[in-house]
Design a protein around this ligand. Structure first.
Ligand code: NDP
Length: 419
């Protein structure tokens, strides 16, 4: 018996809800709760139609409000809360889980709304409270972070005595036929990409200008793609959990068209996350009709406004062609005492993801691992009171599920890593 509460009803939640319902032997009760209940109702109906699962419950909740969450969690009493809202809500949801005795899982680390900055310290600060309460919190269980950290744990467990060089490589070779769109929440995505780059080398962090370092990397079944060094959250925990790592970096591909749009967005101030004053036409709230030519001064955040006019990532799936390829390229000392290289990766087809869940590959590669993480907890394989990053658990049962839940992985030994 496994009772799960999914918070959020966006692209990733849509995939996770489908996969959770497909595994009804583990997940017996499902509730989807989010800010807009109508979206939860539509998602629940679509999942029931696609999977035959019956009785998915829905609820409205503002996950910025601990009290609202506490009321929902106390009445539904889930075994685990799968947080697929935005990184801004991580701490309020963790707090509510502690107050109501629920276990917790998410796919992205906490980020304050008013500062484009993410790090684990805010969530790691909850370790003692979760441990004392006998509750498990699983952090970063999407693809990256998530599967990439589990790939690293698997390499450490089976192939290496000492991991010395780790490069996480994320390629989206898909084409959605839009001039510009992001593959997950545009606000979170643009905040991430426009930050300074950061990587770990010889015991310290090295900062770069945004997208300063890039090189062509060759991806399986795809070919060479220009790949940019970014700061990415899983590096922070991996260099702590694998202290033999001398250098750890994260690379992501971007096309020239995407980068051109991003540059313009930044140059014209549309990526700003501070409030600006905007003179808006005044409407009568009861009729929504404009009142003469009157105006009212309102505060808006340019990046949030941009999100409202960009294509919704959830609508990209229908015409999305191509695939993603995400993996880890590792060099270190193997179990035989000699130097070895290792490349472990998954390729995911946007079309196959869409046909199964109605969402594109980026939502799919995040939602499937979120489901598997919750499954690991409910089947007793990943139960460890405290707050943990995914590489702290046994990778084997998770890796096995990846193969049967739609994200098969492949290994290459002693190949040229290009890095
Ligand atoms: P979406 O924007 O599509 O969905 C977010 C959902 O959260 C929406 O349903 C939204 O509600 C809901 N929400 C937002 N604020 C609140 C709130 N205060 N209370 C309740 N619900 C709220 O995002 P995605 O599905 O693309 O991404 C979901 C998460 O997955 C993000 O945290 C993202 O960073 C993470 N992610 C992780 C990846 C990984 O590999 N680890 C990769 C891609 C994404 P509404 O519809 O009303 O706005």
């Amino acid at each position: 018996m496994g009772k799960v509460l999914i918070i959020g009803a966006g692209g990733v939640a849509t995939v996770a809800a489908h996969k959770i319902a497909q595994n009804a032997d583990v997940f017996t009760d499902i509730m989807i709760a989010s800010r807009t209940k109508a979206k939860c109702d539509r998602l629940a109906a679509a999942v029931e139609r696609a999977t035959g699962f019956k009785g998915i419950k829905t609820a409205q909740v503002d996950a910025d409000e601990v009290q609202q969450l506490v009321e929902l969690l106390s009445s539904y009493k889930p075994d685990i809360v799968v947080n697929l809202a935005l990184p801004y809500q991580d701490l309020t949801i963790m707090e509510a889980c502690l107050q109501t005795g629920c276990n917790y899982l998410d796919t992205a680390n906490y980020e304050p709304k008013d500062e484009a900055h993410f790090e684990y310290s805010w969530q790691w600060a909850y370790r003692e409270r979760f441990e004392k309460a006998g509750l498990t919190a699983i952090l970063g269980c999407g693809f990256d972070p998530g599967v990439t950290s589990i790939f690293t744990a698997y390499a450490a467990k089976h192939h290496f005595k000492e991991i010395q060089y780790l490069d996480i490589v994320d390629c989206n070779a898909g084409d959605h036929h839009k001039a510009f769109a992001t593959n997950f929440n545009p606000e979170i995505n643009i905040r991430e990409i426009t930050q300074k780059g950061l990587y770990w080398e010889n015991g310290k962090w090295v900062e770069t200008e945004p997208l300063e370092i890039h090189k062509d990397l060759t991806y399986p079944e795809i070919g060479p793609r220009d790949s940019y060094l970014l700061h990415h959250e899983e590096i922070e925990s991996l260099v702590i959990n694998y202290p033999t790592i001398k250098r750890a970096r994260f690379w992501m591909t971007f096309g020239q068209q995407y980068l051109k749009h991003l540059e313009v967005i930044q140059n014209i101030g549309m990526s700003r996350i501070d409030e600006i004053e905007y003179e808006a036409p005044l409407a009568d709230p009861s009729t929504c009709q404009l009142v003469n030519s009157s105006t009212v001064k309102v505060k808006i955040v340019p990046l949030q406004f941009l999100k409202a006019v960009l294509p919704n990532p959830q609508d990209l799936g229908e015409n999305y062609e191509g695939q993603t390829s995400i993996g880890c390229r590792i060099r270190g000392i193997g179990n035989d005492g000699k130097e070895h290289t290792y490349y472990v990766y998954n390729n995911c087809s946007h079309r196959a993801a869409y046909e199964e869940t109605g969402m594109q590959g980026v939502s799919y590669t995040t939602g499937v691992p979120a489901m598997i993480g919750a499954m690991m907890f409910l089947t007793g394989k990943w139960v460890k009171p405290g707050v943990h990053n995914v590489e702290e658990f046994d990778p084997d049962p998770f890796m096995e599920q990846l193969n049967s839940q739609g994200l098969p992985w492949h290994e290459l030994h002693d190949v040229d890593l290009e890095l």
